[in-house]
Design a protein around this ligand. Structure first.
Ligand SMILES: O=C(O)CCC(=O)C(=O)O
Length: 295
């Protein structure tokens, strides 16, 4: 498939599927908590996120950054034909639509690697007790991890436009919870995440196709909202942002010469119904509670 084959028409088809769920609401505030602090509860209910400074060590982040490159090299070989997506060993790698003229290795051209929460350090993280305690207060006692993606955000890559993650999750309940680990420092220049506090109390908005030339397939954009109160999340390596799946967020373009990296997971209540056809990027793994064989 050539770059231009993923055209406006297929982007519009994707965003029309997303918009079937427009208007859904998830403004359920959490009440009874056992593990999180009063300040974390306030931040979740009022702003839609909780920031955990230094939750992961720098060494852990370096090891994740290394492990992800090993996975990429194991599924994409030099002799492979050009493709926008590569699947192997249960993982799915997506190439940036925007060409990187300075690319030396395949990882310099990859935007995301999906489905990695069943292996190695990526798996270890989702069973961390201190993480699951927080998630239990937000989701309940029975928790699945259903989505994982490592985001490369190489120099020159576009940021992802304003969106609500729930637009990608046509499920029977909400919210889902995103866990975004800064595996490199995240700055304004290198494309940090940007959030709109309190927007998790909004219904699901219309998501239109991202119109920028060479924007990545699957990028959609909310245009019918005031984003003037946006807050850039300037994070150090190892900081973790936990956020509500209705929270509006985006990321800036990477205008620096360094790669900005992040590991992102999504968690949901065990038993969440995803309808007849699940997304090929999803893989439901029980991490706490009744779904676990070895709890
Ligand atoms: O890390 C980024 O650049 C964007 C991530 C994002 O928007 C998401 O995880 O939903």
């Amino acid at each position: 498939m050539e770059r231009d084959d993923i055209n406006q028409e297929s982007k519009e088809e994707f965003s029309s599927a997303v918009n079937k769920q427009k208007g859904r609401v998830a403004n359920k505030l959490i009440q009874n908590t056992s593990f999180i602090s009063a300040e974390q509860k306030r931040s979740w209910n009022k702003d839609g996120y909780i920031l955990l400074k230094g939750f992961c060590s720098e060494k852990f982040c370096d090891d994740l950054n290394q492990e992800v490159i090993e996975i990429i090299h194991s599924i994409i070989k030099k002799e492979d034909q050009f493709s926008h997506a590569y699947a192997g060993n249960g993982h799915l790698a997506i190439r940036e639509m925007k060409p990187n003229n300075n690319a030396k290795n395949i990882e310099d051209e990859i935007s995301k690697l999906f489905r990695i929460h069943s292996v190695g350090l990526f798996k270890d993280f989702i069973f961390r007790k201190d993480l699951l305690d927080i998630l239990e207060d937000l989701i309940g006692r029975n928790i699945d991890c259903f989505l994982s993606q490592f985001i490369f955000k190489n120099p020159g890559a576009w940021g992802q436009p304003w969106h609500q993650d729930s637009s990608y999750f046509p499920f029977d309940r909400e919210p889902q919870v995103g866990v975004w680990i800064a595996t490199s420092k995240a700055t304004i220049e290198n494309g940090c995440l940007v959030v709109l506090p309190e927007s998790h109390l909004e219904p699901l908005h219309e998501h239109l196709p991202d119109d920028r030339k060479n924007s990545n397939y699957g990028y959609t954009e909310i245009k019918d909202h005031d984003f003037s109160k946006e807050i850039p999340m300037l994070l150090d390596k190892g900081d973790v942002l936990i956020f509500h799946s209705f929270l509006m967020h985006k990321s800036y373009d990477n205008q620096s010469s360094e790669r900005r990296t992040a590991m992102v997971y999504h968690f949901a209540e065990t038993g969440t119904n995803f309808g007849e056809i699940d997304s090929p990027t999803n893989e439901w793994v029980s991490v706490r509670g009744k779904g676990l064989v070895h709890d």
